[in-house]
Design a protein around this ligand. Structure first.
Ligand SMILES: [Zn+2]
Length: 338
């Protein structure tokens, strides 16, 4: 096993006006991701919470959107008859259909619920069980129509800081014949790891994290939940599904495990006065060395004098930051998981 958890300690010395201009030293920790070798900075002096934002006016002004029940079946697109003859895919309250503004070969939307707006503690596992089941059905039917589409992301962008213009909770399900940058980095690194070690990287990582106990949250069914050693976003929580590379092969129990982990993470975010988040499930077929991964991150919340969390560091230097030590996040979030 060649997994290395490398840290680089940087230090900045200055004369602080907060301490009568005495010399102080401010540390920064840089961590190197053991798989991709990408560097992340742990920066813990973020701005304090300004309390919970009241969404009632924003929700009231925007209700009656395309995804609200009175419009959903009238104003959203339908699939090609060759892919989904019935036009849309419905499971429980979740409804899937093509995105009117796709970004790729097969861009789709899955509306999660009838409610136009939900606070993060109002999401329940059934919404994600149904939403992920619709997503899987879209992927299965699209791949039966076009077998070249091996690379799928199931993502959620929640609220404006997460990049969504529509408040109504929904997933993006996007399939392409080529991987995204992130998928390619994960695939190339896990494939070369497999060649060198004859093992699957994520199984080795999970074993190490379970032994260390500092960043391993819990196991729900076959889904291992943990905090990344070198996060690529704020409050990043990851899940890896043992024995699967594509989401299409998951059983009901594994879908339910993913749903529970997502909802647990959102409840923690709510308690930290956060309100916006992103997640992505990276689903790739026919790659023996790859294991299905979900990453969930919080975004800086909607609040007066909103502060974007992507600065020149992230946008122009490709150096990603975390606002909490992963070990602290793991300790805090563990009680939220079943
Ligand atoms: Zn709506």
């Amino acid at each position: 096993m060649e997994i290395k958890l490398e840290r680089i300690h940087l230090q900045s010395d200055l004369l602080s006006p907060l301490k009568g201009f005495e010399k102080i030293s401010v540390p920064t920790e840089v961590r190197i991701d053991p798989l991709t070798k990408r560097r992340s900075r742990i920066i813990t002096w973020g701005l304090p919470s300004k309390g919970k934002f009241d969404f009632s006016q924003m929700a009231e002004e925007s209700k009656g959107c395309f995804f609200c029940p009175e419009n959903l079946f009238l104003k959203t697109p339908q699939f090609l008859k060759e892919i989904v003859p019935e036009g849309r895919i419905c499971i429980g309250k979740a409804v899937g259909f093509p995105n009117l503004n796709p970004v790729g070969s097969y861009g789709n939307i899955v509306v999660l619920c009838k409610e136009h707006f939900l606070n993060l503690n109002q999401f329940i596992p059934e919404m994600y069980e149904e939403g992920l089941s619709v997503s899987i059905e879209i992927i299965r039917r699209t791949m039966a129509f076009d077998s070249d589409i091996r690379y799928w992301q199931i993502s959620q962008n929640f609220l404006l800081p997460g990049g969504s213009t529509i408040l109504h909770p929904h997933l993006q399900v996007i399939g392409d014949p080529i991987p995204t940058n992130e998928m390619e980095w994960l695939l190339n690194a896990s494939s070369s790891y497999h060649q060198r070690n004859k093992t699957i990287y994520w199984n080795d990582l999970i074993q190490i994290e379970q032994e260390l106990g500092e960043r391993y949250i819990t196991k729900i069914g076959k889904v291992h939940w943990f905090v990344s050693f070198a996060p690529i976003g704020f409050n990043e929580v990851c899940g890896s599904v043992e024995g699967h590379g594509s989401i299409t092969t998951l059983s009901k129990e594994e879908i339910s495990s993913l749903a529970k982990g997502i909802v647990s993470t959102l409840k923690y975010y709510e308690d930290k006065d956060l309100n916006s988040f992103n997640f992505s499930i990276y689903s790739i077929s026919d790659e023996a060395s790859y294991q299905l991964l979900i990453r969930i991150i919080s975004r800086t919340p909607i609040q007066p004098h909103y502060l974007n969390d992507w600065t020149s560091f992230e946008v122009l230097q490709s150096e990603l930051t975390s606002n909490i030590f992963p070990e602290d996040l793991c300790r805090e979030i563990r009680p939220y998981f079943p």
